[in-house]
Design a protein around this ligand. Structure first.
Ligand code: ADP
Ligand code: TZD
Ligand code: MG
Length: 579
């Protein structure tokens, strides 16, 4: 090393990035090392930032995204150029779609060469490639802009509707020198990154007026409500109004699933019959049938609480839009609410209670059955029993049947503990979310994974073992995507498109990395294995064979498959569907 680079009067881009992150309170980076960011990861670690190294950038990005959701601070994902950048882009886009704050920082190659497309190592115009998939994409071109660039990324990620921000760091900027004093002066500590956004008083009054006229009101809690961390206020509003509520998937546990006002067990009846619907941090997207009939009453009136003004009237007219952050909006509603003025009709509550009862009994019968091989219900019944006393455990969940049935069977009792495929219904979030949750929250994680879903991020089991994280992965092995019993319609020896290996011993994967593997073919073994694995606090994987015939095509959303009533030539028998 020469005198100049060691000079205490000079600093460089690497140091300035670490300084800016530390100044803004970041304590963890999720990434994959390589040119040009290896030294950045090393220096971050040397400075006391925890660096979690992954096997694939998508998982690093998913870990950062879920850390953002859980903490209201952007999770940081670090990648190399072009392919590493693109690998993480799915996670960045998914974070943006779900409204999770994260910042993807990628190193990039020489701009002069990239822009003339002269064939640099890992050449790609990353900033422009990121734009359609991110809430915003920025590039820092000078070391003296690192402070302001990171501040800009933080504020964009967390303010308004949170999302994923891409920050491009050319290799040249990382190595560029800057006077230490100038560097220090260029640092920016972001003040009030996600400022409160107060709703207009007249919007609050209008919302209450609409609720007061309701006979059959219903509250839908979405993951925006969970994100806002105004748990006590939301609970107070629900309880003081007495309005029945339905949690969207990731809002489960915001109020406990066994709360008397939860009508999750009478979901379709509640949606179809409600005359006034109050959406709290939930979009009227495909997950809610776009708010349209027949799923909803054509005459229902909607109240919506959201931070994003353009979410109002996106799919259906909103008669009382309340634009603001949910914590402020709920507080304002509570402050204005007059006792006894919002009063759900007793016939409505009675009808809902009756439906709930019937559906709960039907579910109990399914859970009590003990088929051999296990089906989704018997396996989930075993897990439900173990988790009943562990509300602090994070539940990560992906798959099709594995996702849809687990969502209905496993009760959540604490907010922000259920982490799943979300708005896109994406596969591949499993191990990244599990790692992000374990690292951020320190609590144990149970990841319930379809065998297909697990494959998308399964190699991160090595990451879990390397960092000794308290994550128990349960693989529901039904030998396929959706079901494991499909046949090759061409008659050849290749498996059908949806078929995976029924006999796969997934538990051996974790054994290869020193974790504990279990094979659990009946509910009792599954229950014992899960209890033991959770008690150990060590990485474990439980392989559960599930009847390949047990699931349905696409789980609960088979209706979204395009109609296909014409069979190919070599399938005789006229028009009939395959499913
Ligand atoms: P779900 O899938 O659970 O129905 P969505 O992701 O569709 O939930 O909707 C969440 C909504 O919450 C988004 O429209 C987002 O703008 C909004 N949101 C997120 N955070 C806040 C907040 N702090 N205050 C108000 N609205 C928020
Ligand atoms: N690729 C990505 C990234 N996301 C997706 N959602 C899909 C493909 C399509 N897909 C689903 O929507 S669910 C699923 C796929 C491949 C897997 C279902 O199989 P599984 O679950 O084994 O995970 P079940 O329990 O067998 O239904
Ligand atoms: Mg499967």
């Amino acid at each position: 090393m020469d005198d100049e680079t060691n000079s205490p009067t000079m600093t460089n881009g690497f140091h300035l990035v670490v300084d800016a992150l530390m100044l803004n309170g970041f304590d963890t980076i999720y990434g994959v090392a390589g040119i040009p960011v290896t030294d950045l990861a090393r220096m971050a670690q040397a400075s006391g930032i925890r660096y979690i190294g992954f096997r694939h950038e998508a998982s690093a990005g998913n870990a950062a995204a879920i850390a953002g959701y859980l903490t209201q601070r952007p999770g940081i994902c670090l990648t190399v150029s072009a392919p590493g950048f693109l690998n993480a882009m799915v996670a960045l886009a998914n974070a943006t779609t779900n409204g999770f704050p994260m910042i993807q920082i990628s190193g990039s190659s020489d701009r002069a060469i990239v822009d003339l497309q002269q064939g640099d190592y890992e050449e790609l115009d990353q900033m422009n490639a990121a734009k359609p998939y991110a809430k915003a994409a920025y590039r820092i071109n000078r070391p003296e802009d690192i402070g302001i660039g990171i501040a800009r990324a933080i504020r964009t990620a967390v303010s308004g509707r949170p999302g994923g921000v891409y920050l491009d760091l050319p290799a040249e900027v990382l190595g560029a020198m800057l006077d230490v004093e100038l560097g220090a002066k260029s640092m920016v500590r972001v003040i009030d990154a996600a400022p409160r956004q107060l709703p207009a008083p007249e919007a609050v009054a209008r919302a209450l007026e609409v609720l007061e006229t309701a006979e059959r009101p219903l509250i839908i809690l979405g993951k925006g409500a969970a994100y806002s961390q105004s748990d006590a206020e939301i609970r107070a509003f629900v309880e003081q109004t007495g309005i029945p509520f339905l949690p969207m998937s990731m809002a489960k546990g915001l109020l406990p699933d066994d709360h008397p006002q939860s009508v999750a067990a009478a979901r379709s009846y509640a949606l179809a019959q409600a005359d006034v619907v109050m959406l709290i941090g939930a979009r009227l997207n495909w997950l809610l049938g776009h708010g349209k009939s027949p799923q909803w009453s054509a005459t229902a009136r909607f109240v919506q609480l959201d931070i994003m003004p353009t979410e109002m009237d996106s799919n259906r007219a909103i008669v009382a839009p309340v634009v603001g952050d949910i914590a402020s909006s709920i507080s304002a509603l509570l402050a204005t609410l007059k006792a006894g003025r919002v009063l759900p009709g007793s016939a409505w509550l009675g009808d809902l209670a009756q439906r709930k009862q019937k559906n709960t009994e039907r579910m109990a019968t399914r859970l009590a059955a003990n088929p051999d091989p296990m089906d989704f219900y018997s396996a989930l019944g075993a897990i439900k029993g173990v988790l009943a006393d562990r509300p602090e455990v994070y539940l990560v969940n992906e798959g099709a049947n594995t996702l849809d049935i687990a969502r209905n069977v496993i009760d959540m009792r604490a907010p922000r503990k259920r982490l799943d495929s979300g708005t896109w219904g994406v596969m591949g979030i499993g191990m990244g979310y599990a790692i992000g949750a374990a690292v951020t929250g320190g609590n144990p994680v149970v990841a319930i994974e379809g065998d297909s879903a697990f494959g998308f991020s399964g190699v991160e089991i090595e990451t879990i073992c390397r960092y000794h994280l308290p994550i128990v992965t349960v693989v529901f092995n039904n030998g396929g995507i959706y079901r494991g019993d499909d046949v090759n319609r061409g008659g050849g020896t290749d498996p059908a498109p949806t078929v995976l290996m029924k006999e796969a011993r997934y538990e051996k994967v974790i054994e290869a990395f020193g974790g504990e593997g279990y094979y659990a073919a009946d509910p009792e073994s599954l229950s014992n294995a899960l209890a033991e694995a959770l008690a150990s606090g060590q990485p474990a994987l439980i392989n559960c064979p599930i009847d390949p015939k047990a699931g349905t095509e696409s789980g609960h959303i088979g209706n979204l498959n395009p109609q296909n009533s014409i069979v190919p030539k070599n399938e005789s028998g006229g028009t009939r569907t395959w499913r």
